[in-house]
Design a protein around this ligand. Structure first.
Ligand code: MG
Ligand code: MG
Length: 269
């Protein structure tokens, strides 16, 4: 059942989401060639705790870390480890916190130094598709409208849209109803209402949409071992329109990126 939130609940959720945003912004300054993903995990763990929150992934279904870090051909759910990040890699960093009774859950794929032009384009299009999906979060539309917008935007570039993993409702727990697939038909699925809170998270592959689930129970990679991109925002529907609870602005401040991509979805409340 979908748990619609009151405006007071949305205010609390925004705080949780913004703490994830700040965590990713803090990490953005640290992500560079030569460091390990386990080091990033430790930084994030301590940062979240220092802000009076709990890392939501740690212990979730037995997950051993505070971040999911998925380099290159890993799609999502990668474990932080002692592997060293290299120039030209890409790194999906997915972070969750639990604070004031609510979860924040969002993710960004970072470029390590200079990445190949085709990979840079994959990241650009995948992130654009996230906003294409967010644009559809309008009262009276349906979840399938979000899904379809993401799918169309990525498939017209020839990218593989992952089928087996999907976005989701988010709130008092990390995974609430409804599921939010990154593919689907316009006009299908649940109707979008005020107070809906969802994590939209396109997982987009340079090559085939097919993925492989590893027998560690978590790691997911592309079947053809080509790179995969992942971006995730927490979105609420307020007064009939999409409003971002999370922001990439802390990342952009850290990296010196200028964009007004979030502007249409910002609201002070
Ligand atoms: Mg996530
Ligand atoms: Mg998620």
């Amino acid at each position: 059942m979908i748990q619609l939130k009151t405006i007071d609940e949305l205010r609390l959720m925004k705080q949780s989401a913004q703490l994830v945003s700040k965590t990713l912004g803090m990490l953005a300054k640290e992500i560079k060639p030569g460091i390990t993903t386990l080091y990033l995990d430790k930084l994030a763990h301590d940062f979240i705790k220092d802000h009076g929150a709990e890392p939501a992934f740690l212990g979730y279904g037995g997950f051993p870390n505070s971040l999911c870090i998925s380099p290159n051909e890993q799609v999502v759910h990668g474990f932080p480890n002692n592997d060293i990040i290299k120039e030209g890699d890409i790194l999906s960093v997915d972070c969750g916190v639990f604070m004031n009774g609510f979860v924040g859950d969002h993710a960004y794929t970072f470029e390590i130094g200079e990445v190949k032009p085709e990979v840079k384009k994959l990241l650009k299009v995948a992130k654009q598709s996230l906003y294409k999906g967010i644009e559809q979060c309008i009262r009276g539309k349906r979840i399938g409208d979000i899904s379809n917008a993401i799918q169309i935007h990525c498939e017209k570039e020839g990218y593989g849209v992952v089928r087996e993993l999907v976005g989701h409702g988010v709130g008092r727990v990390m995974h609430e109803d409804p599921q939010v697939p990154n593919y689907g038909r316009q006009g299908s699925g649940k109707v979008i209402k005020d107070g809906l809170t969802i994590a939209i998270e396109p997982m987009i592959n340079l090559g085939t949409e097919k993925v492989k689930f590893h027998n560690d129970g978590w790691t997911v990679t592309t079947l053809d071992n080509q790179p995969s991109a992942h971006f995730e925002h927490d979105v609420a529907v307020i007064n009939g329109k999409p409003v971002l609870l999370s922001t990439f602005q802390y990342i952009y401040d850290a990296l010196g990126i200028e964009t007004d991509e979030e502007k249409p979805f910002q609201l002070d409340f």
